[in-house]
Design a protein around this ligand. Structure first.
Ligand SMILES: Nc1ncnc2c1ncn2[C@@H]1O[C@H](COP(=O)(O)OP(=O)(O)OP(=O)(O)O)[C@@H](O)[C@H]1O
Ligand SMILES: [Mg+2]
Length: 494
């Protein structure tokens, strides 16, 4: 085998050329044919639709019909691939359309979540991006082929594995030509065209034409080893899932369905009705929305996700996998505080989140808003447990103040008892006064108590007291109060 000559003086163009087949006919090629595994990383797919369905239903709330379709089509896709791998080239179907999917649904109802869970369960590389970041030329944002290269990155360079990956593109509705605010029409249509090539069967170069450094590196490697490593990845088996909110699509569908009816004009569709109309979506509606027919043609499976209502949001919070509750508990656990939510509290959170109209995304922002002041203040106290209940949610300020007050007073009581063996009891009016003075003087309750009563032990010892009640007057005038108390009681004692 002849090694290709390498001359560092050669210009860059030659180096790059050397990477190509013609320039290096004798080099031994490794896994060069697209679609064949490089390092025989076997793809062991063995999941049945019902298994994937029940797995997803453990995590995802209120999307049963969607999950049924997605789980089935994803499983069939991967099982088909397994079958086709065994077939000889002649027996493979030509022009076969794979089950790329379109998910339609408002924000925060689980589109991304479902796809991520699937990729995790199946163990295939997964790449997610927003369709808006691409431009036709690839100059502005990126080139759609970058997605395929990213899959290789995700699979740590294992091309065979990357060829079984899932590419998930969100905000696909924004590349419809009717979409008003993003980029010119032609560019959006161009992105659709570039994508549709990938969605079917295309070979993508691993190295981008503008990535000179890696091109040079590859050329040097070829020179050194006499081998040209595989540079292309085939997209035939890559599953594409695209999604978007498709606002306004319901109008198009409605118009089509009502064509025959007389006097039809644009009617406003609300709430659940939108979802019901969307579920009737047909290819022609998507074309009317602004997609090229060839693009829609590569998406044979459509699913429409449900809007999540108060009840659904509550179920998400109660779900044992809910990241909102678990995540928030961990935030507090980081300060050694146990956090708990009552069911009543979770219902209020769900109700408030529903008003935000951001699906499950609203849950976290509602919880954050309720707890932020507690998260700030409790770590500097001795408080080890926080129960979030209805009262706490409705009166956050008061509840927090009370907690801090109780913590400050208890802390001082404990310290006084340990140091002097005297238990100080605080009347309710005294506690209120302490709170008032503390906020007026901008001092913590504990600090104020120390200032007011630290010297009380001299007098109380004199009286041989092991128990003393602090009244409001004691707070307002600690020295006078103690003095007159001593005078009165010392004589009595004597
Ligand atoms: N149906 C659901 N069941 C359980 N959890 C959910 C559901 N929908 C959303 N979530 C939670 O909310 C988070 C955000 O949802 P997700 O990312 O799936 O939204 P999306 O539908 O992709 O919205 P967007 O259109 O804004 O991207 C998820 O990570 C998950 O924790
Ligand atoms: Mg998403």
């Amino acid at each position: 085998m002849t090694k290709p000559a390498f001359d560092p003086e050669k210009n860059l163009e030659d180096l790059l050329k050397m990477e190509s087949e013609e320039a290096n006919p004798n080099a031994e090629r490794v896994g060069d044919k697209p679609g064949t595994p490089v390092n025989e990383s076997e793809f062991n797919f063995n999941i049945k639709p019902e298994e994937l369905e029940s797995y997803l239903n453990q995590y995802v709330v209120g999307q049963e019909e969607t999950i049924e379709v997605i789980a089935t089509k994803v499983c069939t896709h991967f099982n088909r691939m397994k079958l086709e791998k065994k077939l000889s080239d002649e027996n493979r179907l030509v022009g076969n359309i794979k089950s790329n999917m379109l998910l339609i649904g408002p924000t925060g109802v689980g589109k991304t979540y479902i796809v991520k869970l699937i990729a995790k369960k199946i163990g295939v590389p997964f790449v997610k991006a927003d369709a808006t970041k691409f431009s036709e030329t690839g100059y502005v944002g990126g080139d759609v082929e970058d997605l395929v290269r990213e899959l290789v990155h995700e699979s740590n360079g294992d091309i065979a594995k990357a060829e079984y990956g899932i590419i998930y593109l969100d905000e696909i509705d924004k590349i419809a030509s009717s979409f008003g605010t993003y980029g010119p029409d032609v560019s959006r249509t161009g992105v659709q065209r570039n994508l549709l090539k990938l969605m079917e069967d295309a070979d993508v170069d691993l190295k981008t034409p503008h990535d000179l450094a890696s091109q040079v590196e590859a050329a040097m490697e070829a020179q050194r080893t006499g081998r040209v490593t595989r540079r292309k990845i085939n997209t035939r088996n890559i599953l594409f899932i695209v999604s978007g909110a498709f606002s306004g699509l319901e109008q198009i569908i409605n118009k089509r369905m009502n064509k025959q009816s007389i006097g039809f004009d644009k009617v406003r569709i609300h709430g659940d009705d939108i979802q019901e109309v969307l579920k009737k979506v047909r290819t022609e509606d998507l074309i009317e929305f602004g997609f090229e027919s060839e693009f829609v043609g590569r998406l044979p499976v459509y699913v429409v996700l449900n809007d999540l209502h108060e009840d659904g949001l509550y179920k998400i919070l109660k779900n044992k996998h809910s990241t909102v509750v678990i995540g928030k508990k961990m935030d507090f656990k980081a300060y050694e505080i146990d956090l708990e939510f009552t069911d009543e509290a979770l219902k209020i959170v769900a109700r408030r989140a529903h008003h935000e109209k951001t699906g499950a995304r609203g849950l976290l922002s509602v919880v954050e808003k309720i707890l932020i002041k507690f998260e700030k203040s409790l770590p500097s106290t001795g408080i080890e447990k926080l129960v979030v209940d209805e009262n706490l949610i409705e009166n956050t300020g008061t509840v927090l103040k009370k907690m801090l007050l109780a913590d400050g007073i208890q802390g001082f009581q404990k310290e006084f008892l340990i140091e002097h063996g005297i238990y100080l009891d605080f009347k309710e009016e005294a506690v209120e006064e302490i709170q008032r003075v503390a906020s007026e003087k901008q001092k913590s309750v504990r600090q104020l108590c120390t200032e007011l009563f630290h010297d009380y032990f001299h007098g109380l010892r004199l009286l041989k007291k092991d128990h003393f009640t602090i009244s409001k007057e004691a707070v307002s005038n600690p020295d006078d109060y103690l003095n007159s108390y001593i005078k009165e009681n010392y004589n009595k004692q004597a």
